[in-house]
Design a protein around this ligand. Structure first.
Ligand code: UD1
Ligand code: UDP
Length: 382
């Protein structure tokens, strides 16, 4: 069986590590994986570092699309992916998540009848002003095999009319939905102990004995709106009066801080010893930070889940989340970009640190399950 895997943005590169590892360890004589990097993320610390660190095979193709408006970026990727698919003639294209690279892969593949495997299917924010919501809906509805990480994802697909008890052969018109756990849980389990041995970020940042807050901010709904960005940073400044704040800065945010954050706040955040603004870190470093932090504050999809994996409370800097289970279990609180709500959530978790983190993201073997289903579906088509 031949797979073409599309990656492009940081979280997709990390997710791909789990599937590539499972192929290498268990299926190397039965599955060939061709990796296509769209080039959506390209800085070394947003891309190459993950190949170096996580054992992901070097991409067979790099489309080098770089940054551009949604339409231009997606169009360039679609063109490049179509060309690769026509040449490689894979049995499946594998698409992760909800980025423009996912959308481009879905459109390119569906039109030339390459069956799509969507990993992280079914997630919904019910907020179509997010580019990711458009991308994931389109991808789900063009897919043949849909692997949903959560029960909420399964329910969403059911509500949208996906069949649940259907038999094969599975096609774009008779898609198959599997609820199978989260491939990022596979990765977090696998890399957790490796991270402790191979990184020294906790020592390097002087965090060994001090509790600290780990924050990430990159969502366009926060970075592109000055009032929201200022509210979030005002809260971080307040929190930094009593607690160390560590903020690995996404390049989008780094760029937009200069224009969208009040200059007096810029001076404060870059000059306060209790706010450590650092370049994006590697995945192993991120895991180490997540394992040692007191609390995570983020608008990232991946990071809010990793907080849960490592049993840390999370303040979600968004009005809603696709990962509703972590809010329902009381381990995360949605605060939007509201300074007062951020401070209230912080006080809540300081007084009541959560202790129960039920297993809702599978058993750490989602990748093997997915590959088995792909092999089975492929066998019935031949
Ligand atoms: C993208 C995804 C988002 C995902 C995020 C993960 C879409 C629509 N958005 O958002 O869902 O959560 O990746 O990080 O696909 N830039 C650099 N260097 C890089 C990459 C980006 O400087 O290596 C800067 C550029 O100024 C670029 C901006 O970041 O314009 C945004 O990059 P882009 O990939 O368009 O979107 P993200 O905000 O990263
Ligand atoms: N991550 C990382 N270094 C960082 C910030 C995040 O390795 O400096 C990892 C993080 O652990 C998670 C993934 O990147 O696995 C999440 O990516 P991001 O927040 O960019 O995107 P999202 O998940 O919101 O799409």
């Amino acid at each position: 069986m031949k797979l073409v895997t599309i990656i492009g943005a940081r979280p997709q590169i990390i997710k791909a590590a789990a599937l590539s590892r499972a192929i290498k360890n268990h299926y190397s004589n039965r599955i060939q994986e061709v990796i296509v990097h769209t080039g959506q993320h390209y800085d070394d610390n947003m891309s190459q570092v993950f190949f170096d660190e996580l054992g992901i095979p070097h991409p067979d193709y790099n489309l080098h699309v770089g940054s551009a408006s949604h339409g231009v970026q997606t169009a360039r990727m679609t063109e490049g992916i179509e060309e690769v698919l026509l040449k490689e003639k894979p049995d499946f294209i594998v698409l992760y998540g909800d980025t423009n690279s996912t959308l481009a892969g879905a459109v390119a593949a569906a039109k030339i009848h390459v069956p799509i495997v969507h990993i992280e299917a079914g997630l919904r924010s019910f907020n179509k002003s997010m580019p990711e919501e458009i991308n994931r809906i389109v991808c789900d509805h063009c897919s043949t095999l849909l692997f949903t990480p959560t029960k909420a994802g399964l329910e969403n697909l059911k509500r949208e009319g996906f069949p649940m008890d259907n038999d094969g052969p599975f096609t774009i018109d008779n898609p198959k939905v599997y609820h199978c756990g989260d491939i990022m849980y596979d990765n977090s389990l696998y890399f957790a102990s490796i991270a402790e041995q191979k990184t020294d970020i906790i020592q390097r940042l002087g965090l060994t004995s001090n509790p600290f807050i780990l924050a990430t901010i990159h969502r366009d709904s926060n970075t592109d709106h000055p009032e929201r960005l200022n509210a979030i940073f005002e809260a971080l400044i307040q929190l930094s009066k009593t607690t160390q704040v560590v903020l690995p800065l996404h390049p989008r945010t780094a760029k937009l801080l200069k224009t969208n954050l009040d200059s007096e706040k810029q001076t404060q955040i870059f000059n306060r010893p209790s706010i450590s603004i650092i370049p994006p870190v590697s995945f192993l470093e991120m895991i180490a930070l997540e394992r040692h932090t007191q609390l995570v504050m983020t608008d990232s999809g991946g990071v809010q889940k990793e907080a849960y994996f490592f049993k840390k409370p999370c303040i979600i800097l968004r009005p809603e989340t696709e990962w509703v289970e972590i809010v329902e279990t009381g381990n995360a609180i949605l605060v939007d970009a509201d300074e007062t709500r951020i401070m209230q959530a912080w006080q809540h978790f300081e007084g009541n640190p959560p202790t129960a983190f039920p297993e809702i993201f599978g058993d750490g073997h989602a990748a093997e399950f997915m590959l088995e289903q792909m092999l089975l579906t492929n066998a019935t088509r031949k």
